[in-house]
Design a protein around this ligand. Structure first.
Ligand SMILES: Cc1ncc(COP(=O)(O)O)c(C=O)c1O
Length: 480
């Protein structure tokens, strides 16, 4: 990395401020970073993995610890004083989650889960697929949405993927409409897509929700990568199921997510089992059980109850900052990163990076995925880039980020090639076996994601790092 030059930094900052004048309106986030996230700068971390996990403020911890220190809380499944105190806080957190997303309690319920994947599993295992029912989903999806296809297939449903179109990695709307036109009349039709891609940062149109519902689909909107830096207003948009993880929004606590579900869609689900907490009555000798009403029927066993007040604290923290400020800040920083990263060239004019996704700030979030190339046009191994970033104390992410569909489109892996790899008789396929099979093609990329307290200095340090790779010898994709 080049040595830090304050004059160069100041010039870059001025150019950034001229290009993105609205950034100035988000200054309070710089103050907040200094007061509430001081550990980041004290340890000189450049954290660029917000899509992996958000960061928490010290004030969130202080408030939560004070609450735990000053009260006695029992398992909310009882009705003694300590249990009642806990129940009140759990229900308060639940109400606040709905309020945060502007979801009417008449229309939506908030079901606490262990994470977004837990919320998705609830939908997958309970959706009443029957033979011939369709499950339509975009190539661009997290594996926890892809995984629902296994429930669908087990019940004889048909799975259809809607492809992405390069270079922006968006969906061809005509293709999507053709798929949505194939809802089974009177059937259980499920359509799933992410509000924001965890691979490319693309924000898929929320207008698809009503369009699909009008054609007879229940819509699962994966909001895990969207809600940390975008407002999701459930009085404007009415998806049937919305999974999310709270640590992605405000870092702490981990282990708590939620499924926001429309009451009418929830009522149609078929829970495959019952558990402690999900029934009103279950009998051993009577061999019968009666499910509880609404969210209670979906919260298996004891909730992560001590952490639920921290969800309210975290949401209030975001609310106090203002999602619009967070959104605008991320838009400015990702715009500057895109402008500068895409301008980097080797001595012979060849570009340093290839971007997978939109090159501008329109309908995209703060997730940016690239591969690095040398001056001869050969791709650098993403694991090499990660090692180099680690040396500079930059935390980024490499691989395919649990989004194989987007990865396959971005990296040009064809169905034929993949089928050949997966035809091998082996029970297990390691990542190295897979790399060997795709014969030197890249099996991943480098993801930079920004969020709540990213500042210009983080973006600048990343650009310094990227520049240090111009005209350098890099480690290429190697096959064992
Ligand atoms: C878009 C998206 N959906 C779902 C998930 C799954 O979240 P979790 O691992 O918290 O269950 C992630 C995690 O990165 C994600 O980015």
């Amino acid at each position: 990395m080049p040595k830090y030059d304050p004059a160069h930094f100041d010039a870059a900052l001025s150019a950034f401020q001229r290009a993105y004048p609205t950034f100035d309106s988000t200054r309070r986030l710089d103050d907040l970073r200094a007061s509430d996230y001081a550990r980041l700068d004290a340890q000189r971390h450049v954290y660029l993995d917000y899509t992996g996990g958000g960061l928490y403020a010290t004030s969130q911890l202080d408030q939560h610890m004070a609450l735990l220190r000053d009260h006695v809380f029992g398992n909310p499944h009882s009705s003694n004083p300590t249990s009642t105190a806990m129940t009140m806080l759990v229900e308060r957190a639940r109400r606040y989650v709905l309020e945060f997303f502007n979801a009417s309690p008449d229309e939506y319920v908030a079901i606490f889960t262990s994470n977004a994947s837990g919320a998705l599993k609830l939908v997958g295992e309970s959706f009443c697929f029957e033979p011939g029912d369709p499950y339509v989903l975009t190539f661009d999806n997290h594996n926890s949405v892809n995984g629902i296809r296994e429930y669908a297939r087990t019940r004889g449903a048909e799975v259809t993927y809607v492809p992405l179109v390069l270079p922006e990695m968006r969906v061809d709307e005509a293709h999507l409409d053709a798929c949505l036109d194939r809802a089974r009349p009177g059937g259980h039709n499920l359509f799933a897509f992410p509000a924001q891609s965890n691979f490319s940062g693309v924000q898929h149109p929320l207008e698809w929700i009503a369009r699909a519902q009008a054609k007879g689909w229940d819509v699962l909107l994966d909001a895990a990568a969207f809600v940390p830096t975008n407002r999701l207003d459930l009085s404007q948009w009415h998806p049937d199921f919305v999974p999310l993880s709270f640590y992605k929004m405000f870092g702490y606590p981990t282990g708590v997510g939620c499924l926001l579900a429309r009451r009418q869609a929830l009522a149609k689900l078929c829970r495959p089992w019952f558990a402690g907490g999900t029934i009103t009555v279950a009998s051993v000798q009577g061999d019968k059980y009666y499910l509880a009403e609404s969210e209670a029927a979906f919260e298996d066993g004891t909730l992560n109850y001590l952490n639920l007040p921290a969800v309210e604290i975290g949401l209030k923290h975001i609310q106090a900052i203002g999602l619009d400020a967070i959104h605008e800040r991320v838009r400015c920083l990702v715009g500057w990163l895109l402008d500068n990263l895409l301008a980097l060239k080797h001595h012979n004019g060849k570009p340093l990076v290839r971007l997978y996704g939109p090159p501008g700030t329109e309908r995209r979030g703060g997730t940016l995925t690239v591969n690095f190339y040398d001056a001869t046009g050969r791709a650098a191994d993403h694991r090499f880039i990660e090692q180099q970033a680690n040396l500079a104390n930059i935390s980024l992410r490499t691989g395919c980020f649990c989004n194989p569909g987007a990865g396959e489109i971005a990296l040009g892996l064809s169905k034929l090639e993949l089928a050949a790899c997966f035809q091998q008789p082996a029970e297990h396929l390691t990542l190295d076996d897979f790399r060997l099979c795709i014969d030197g093609k890249s099996s991943g990329a480098v993801r930079i994601s920004i969020g709540l307290v990213t500042n210009f200095a983080d973006a600048y340090r990343f650009m310094q790092f990227a520049e240090s790779l111009v005209d350098q010898v890099v480690v290429h994709m190697t096959v064992r």
